[in-house]
Design a protein around this ligand. Structure first.
Ligand code: GLU
Length: 415
């Protein structure tokens, strides 16, 4: 396996948790691999008349607590091991947030930047044609993730509805509002992260209105996090970055201006009144909070020691390797681990499923109030567990989540 293989990391984290909880071997055997893995070849008619075949995946990691739940990523470097890891983390995320869902994940190896709108729609529909018998509102419910959008969810939901002969809004979440989406779902990942940062700031005694924040990643999660950090806390966002690099202004960035620049030029680089820095430099700035909102393996043993922030909020999935974790713990950095920090997205997705079932829709205020309640409760459960077991915040989160999954497996007689 390649270095920093995300699935190897996810398994390593599970084994550490198994030791802390003293789990039996048969229980670990049931949790160390996915329950079901589907790989499909997806034919797509391209605009130039040729047919291109893409590889796709859909994995159910564990569904003991309910239907599997988790996004679909479109990424040129997607691998089955990345999807496996992400599906495992979805299992722990849903269990930690105490929503009645299991963990799943999907992915397609593709570069959305090279596809036309028509090709993207045909790819999305063809993926559903390949996996539709393995998903469903009470089986496995996909959602957006890296480079997938509400529009893609709408195409996929429509294709699934056609194949099953009836409207099936509940088969996917993160849909546009006019076809069964939920108010507040768009910025729910960032909003959920904000609630955990607010609680973490109380824990470390930080005044958020005076805090300086640097954000790695400027996609859905990162860009909303930048906006909300200013709006909710009055904090100063001094740096943001995307896959091409970062921009910095020690007096604070004008986020609306950076967003506009990104929309026009496809990158944050050279936004007005900013200095260009690298993606690594963003993490090493002298700030109070780092929000890691890009991809996995951003923080490794090579750069973890250079992090100066008091709080590291992991809005991405899997941004920190286990070696880096040890360094951060030694250096006393308060880590809000990924499957806690970024759980706002799936929690709002769960609310979307509930609303689809009821056919009755809530206001954004109702969604945020319920989200705040769930995120705040989960943060304090993790904090308590980490102190109680004398482990990192990540291991604290693992102990809470894994215990719930194991208890349900025992109740159902699986182990
Ligand atoms: N892709 C998001 C995540 O990693 C959301 C998943 C969902 O809403 O099902 O948590």
């Amino acid at each position: 396996m390649e270095k920093n293989n995300p699935f190897e990391i996810a398994q390593k984290q599970l084994y550490t948790c198994a030791k802390v909880l003293n789990l039996e071997d048969d229980v670990v055997r049931m949790l160390e691999n996915p329950m079901q893995q589907v790989q499909v070849s997806i034919p797509v008619k391209m605009d130039n008349g040729t047919t291109k075949v893409f590889q796709g995946f859909r994995i159910i990691y564990n569904n003991v607590l309910g239907p599997a739940k988790g996004g679909i990523r479109f990424h040129p470097e997607e691998t089955i091991d990345t999807v496996r890891a992400l599906a495992a983390w979805m299992t722990w995320k849903c269990a930690l947030l105490d929503v009645p869902l299991g963990g799943g994940k999907g992915g397609i190896i593709c570069n959305t930047k090279e596809l036309s709108e028509g090709e993207l729609e045909r790819l999305s529909r063809s993926y559903i044609d390949c996996v539709w018998q393995f998903i469903g509102p009470d089986v496995d419910v996909p959602a957006p993730d890296v480079y997938t959008t509400p529009q893609i969810m709408a195409w996929m939901m429509d294709e699934y509805s056609k194949l099953s002969g009836k409207n099936q809004f509940g088969v996917l979440t993160g849909k546009p509002l006019n076809v069964g989406g939920s108010a507040g779902r768009g910025d729910a990942t960032a909003m959920g992260g904000m609630y955990t940062i607010r609680e973490a700031a109380k824990e470390v005694g930080m005044d958020l209105s005076k805090a300086k924040i640097a954000i790695q990643g400027f996609g859905n999660a990162g860009s909303f996090a930048a906006k909300l950090s200013q709006e909710l806390f009055g904090a100063t966002v001094v740096a943001v970055s995307d896959s091409k690099g970062g921009v910095y202004n020690p007096d604070g960035l004008d986020i609306a201006e950076v967003l506009k620049h990104k929309k026009e030029t496809k990158s944050v680089i050279n936004a007005p009144n900013t200095e260009t820095i690298t993606n690594t430099q963003v993490l090493e700035l002298d700030v109070d909070i780092i929000i890691a909102a890009a991809l996995e393996n951003a923080i490794t043993k090579d750069n973890a020691g250079n992090i100066k922030a008091t709080i590291l909020a992991e809005l991405a999935n899997g941004p920190t390797t286990p070696e880096a974790d040890e360094i951060l713990y030694k250096n006393g950095i308060h880590v809000i681990p990924d499957f806690l920090c970024n759980a706002g997205g799936v929690t709002a997705s769960y609310f979307e499923m509930v609303q689809n079932t009821y056919m009755y829709y809530w206001t954004a205020e109702e969604v945020y109030a319920r989200l705040d309640q769930k995120m705040t409760k989960a943060y304090h459960e993790v904090l308590y567990a980490s102190k109680n077991h004398n482990v990192t915040m990540r291991m604290g989160a693992y102990t809470v989540a894994v215990t719930r999954v194991v208890d349900a497996m025992k109740t159902r007689g699986w182990v």
